[in-house]
Design a protein around this ligand. Structure first.
Ligand code: IMP
Length: 176
């Protein structure tokens, strides 16, 4: 049994909001447009899995590996590409799928890289956003929830690789 953490967003709340985002993405893309989801590993894999299944109509996905955190709970501010996409983006309707925007450094770095690959459209979807922590301006088209400056885990998000399998978003307890 997993130990329990204080719940910030329970499973039903997350599910309902992810379904809303998927509907908005489909509505904005138009019925027949294939939506190409680019998932940022590893934190966004659970969000992607639910989002893509809730987005009706044609779609595809690809995965991008990024490392921006060590084992701690604060950003190093450095972003490293650990896995590139398998497919080109030229002319595609692309939605970049991230777990959380914190300082915004990761997202702005990725948007720069992906825009250079000339997608027809480049949108961003993030499950969570911590506006108080932002260091760079970055546009997020679809935000699930704005949250306070707390370190959260679950639904794909980790702390030192643990907790990704929690079905809800929980708050890490402060140490000591
Ligand atoms: P940013 O570059 O500072 O915006 O950081 C974005 C990345 O930091 C996210 O994709 C997460 O991997 C990680 N991150 C930021 N805040 C949290 C958190 O509260 N829990 C887990 N990971 C986080």
């Amino acid at each position: 049994m997993l130990p329990t953490l204080p719940v910030l967003l329970d499973e039903a709340t997350v599910r309902a909001r992810v379904n809303d985002l998927a509907r908005q993405i489909r509505r904005d893309a138009g019925d027949g447009t294939p939506v190409h989801f680019v998932c940022v590993l590893k934190g966004a894999f659970v969000f992607l899995a639910d989002l893509i299944r809730a987005c009706e109509g044609p779609s595809s996905c690809d995965f991008l590996g990024v490392a921006s955190y060590g084992d701690g709970t604060s950003s190093s501010g450095q972003v490293r590409l650990t896995k590139d996409l398998d497919h080109p983006l030229n002319g595609r309707y692309v939605v970049l799928v991230e777990d959380i925007v914190d300082t915004g450094l990761t997202l702005s770095y990725l948007l720069e890289i992906l825009a250079a690959r000339q997608p027809a459209v480049l949108r961003t979807a993030c499950l969570l956003s911590k506006p108080a922590r932002r260091e760079v301006e970055v546009t997020v088209d679809y935000v699930g929830f704005e949250i306070e400056d707390r370190f959260v885990v679950g639904y794909g998000l980790d702390h030192a690789e643990a907790w990704r399998n929690l079905p809800y978003i929980g708050v890490m307890q402060e140490q000591g």
